[in-house]
Write a protein that binds this ligand. Structure first.
Ligand code: AMP
Length: 213
């Protein structure tokens, strides 16, 4: 099963994608996580990506596509995957459709997690991330057991540079300009499904399961 998660930054698609991956035993592929791992390891790709990410801008398509096509070639992608944060532009979606079509494959579902902008800004200022293992929390809605410490690996949690309020507003405007058109794109492909992302995250997951099962 090949799934694309759509929705504004902070809509909760990462949280849902992780649960889907676990349930269907397919990899969760987050381009944001891959970029952050590269930044942490100080790779050339990481250095280039950081300049854009810290400003709330998208990393150029050429860099992103190189990275994701490499990832798709890994053996764990054979039975599908859930994509979180990719594609984020029409050229990225077209490149994905083309790469899949060459193998006679296609995206099965594009799930749009709908959340209005006002809720996004409120949510993201409370978000905390573990830069060591990629886990994300929310100080109110999904708090770690011990304040400021990752439940999974014990590292310190931080407010990511790109979750700061001024960067969030920039990311939302980039989302509306460049990523929202993907909703129409996948609607035309006949694979778009919508869920209400303002609900409790367990209810959102149940709604997604009703679509996928
Ligand atoms: P995320 O963790 O998905 O919110 O991504 C964090 C940041 O990584 C984004 O604001 C972009 O700067 C960059 N990024 C992640 N995925 C992509 C993508 N598919 N295309 C371009 N930039 C991306």
């Amino acid at each position: 099963m090949k799934i694309v998660m759509l929705g504004a930054p902070g809509a909760g698609k990462g949280t849902q994608a992780k649960q889907i991956a676990k349930k269907f035993d397919i990899p969760h592929i987050s381009t944001g996580d891959i970029f952050r791992a590269n930044i942490k390891n100080n790779t050339e790709l990481g250095k280039k990506a950081k300049e854009f990410m810290d400003q709330g801008m998208l990393v150029p398509d050429s860099l992103t596509l190189e990275l994701i096509m490499d990832r798709f070639a890994q053996p764990d992608c054979e039975n599908g995957y859930v994509l979180d944060g990719f594609p984020r532009t029409i050229p990225q979606a077209e490149a994905l459709t083309k790469a899949l079509a060459e193998k006679g494959e296609n995206i099965d579902f594009a799930i749009n997690v709908e959340v209005p902008d006002e809720s996004i800004v409120r949510r993201m200022s409370g978000r905390r991330a573990c830069l060591s293992c990629g886990a994300t929390y929310h100080i109110k809605y999904n708090a770690p057991v011990k304040e400021g410490i990752c439940d999974t690996c014990g590292s310190e949690l931080v407010l990511r540079e790109d979750d700061k309020p001024e960067t969030v507003l920039k990311r939302l405007s980039v989302y509306h300009d460049q990523t929202q058109p993907l909703i129409d794109y996948y609607n035309r492909e006949g694979v778009l499904r919508e869920v209400d992302g303002t609900k409790d995250m367990n209810d959102v997951f149940q709604d997604i399961l009703a679509i996928l099962c």
